[in-house]
Design a protein around this ligand. Sequence first.
Ligand SMILES: Nc1ncnc2c1ncn2[C@@H]1O[C@H](COP(=O)(O)OP(=O)(O)OP(=O)(O)O)[C@@H](O)[C@H]1O
Ligand SMILES: [Mg+2]
Length: 362
Amino acid sequence: MQLDYEQRIKELEKANRILQKKLDRSESLRIALEETNEKKEALFLKVIDELRESQRILEEQSRDLEETLKKLRAMQSKLVESEKMSALGVLVAGIAHEINNPVNFIYGNINYVTQYASEILELLKCYQETYPNPSLHIADKIKKIDLDFIKKDFVQVLNSMEIGSQRISEIVRSLRTFSRLDEAAVKKVDIHEGIDSTLMILQNRLKPRLNYPEITVIKEYGNLPRVACYAGKLNQVLINIISNAIDALEQKIDDTQQSHYQTAELDTPQTSNFAPTIKITTELINNWISIKVSDNGIGIDEKTIQQIFNPFFTTKPVGKGTGLGLSISYQIIVETHQGQLECKSIPGIGTEFIIMIPEQQL
Ligand SMILES: Nc1ncnc2c1ncn2[C@@H]1O[C@H](COP(=O)(O)OP(=O)(O)OP(=O)(O)O)[C@@H](O)[C@H]1O
Ligand SMILES: [Mg+2]
């Protein structure tokens, strides 16, 4: 009986050992499994981190690319515009130069012609007084040519010729001021001369034309010193900003006419009391030159105003605007002249551009 028990205990102990061993093995298996899981998880997290990092790098690179593309576009537009402007400048300066000489012949000689004419008329008077009864042949001729009329008109013709040639001389001078080809570097200039020459260039858009009344230009020029600047480039800015103002006024006239057609009876005469006006004000404020150009045109809404200085931004129909004028002007004022260019506008009421440049260029 005793033996049986011992035998049984031994068997049980053996079974226990086997079980214990199995338990140990499965425990180590469990630990090994847990370890691999942890490793896998760590690996997984690492992969996610790396993916995130490469995504960030990619985003950064595409931002860089976008930035480079923007810069390239701006550079391209700058090149196109300055090429256009310098070609225009060469053409304008060439024409002005060619016209200058012949006009000077006329303008310079008109004084002599006037003087000779009055002397000849004087002599004629003398003859008529000395010989009050001319021969039949001469009396006939006097009647035929209407001498009294010629005597009166001669002086008037000469006067209008003088005014005309004086005007051509002024235009030629404006064209030369405007092109300022010889002034690629900083030079002290009269800003008002630049504004006047720009207005002269744009004269045909300011005059009354079919469907458009005359645009009134109000000049409020302050007392400005001669300003050191890139004159040709500054004129380019003025022509861009004033042309935009004219566009905005024409647009307003078009819009009012259109709404008039839509609302009015067809045979009602059109009455509009809109007086298109551009005002140019200059002043010197603490060593800064300020040039303000305002118009009472269509104005610009808040969303649009944030984009107007972007290259290629335009609200004008295809073929009318390239969207370059203001971005080029911004570069010229802010980068080339270390100045400021701002725009304020109230839709439907008008727009004001403020150019500020330091009196002295460093
Ligand atoms: N005085 C203004 N009144 C109303 N809108 C204006 C005025 N000046 C500029 N803008 C707006 O700013 C936009 C950009 O002007 P910008 O001069 O750069 O280009 P554009 O006149 O359209 O074309 P372009 O290259 O021929 O000058 C215009 O399309 C217009 O919408
Ligand atoms: Mg423009």
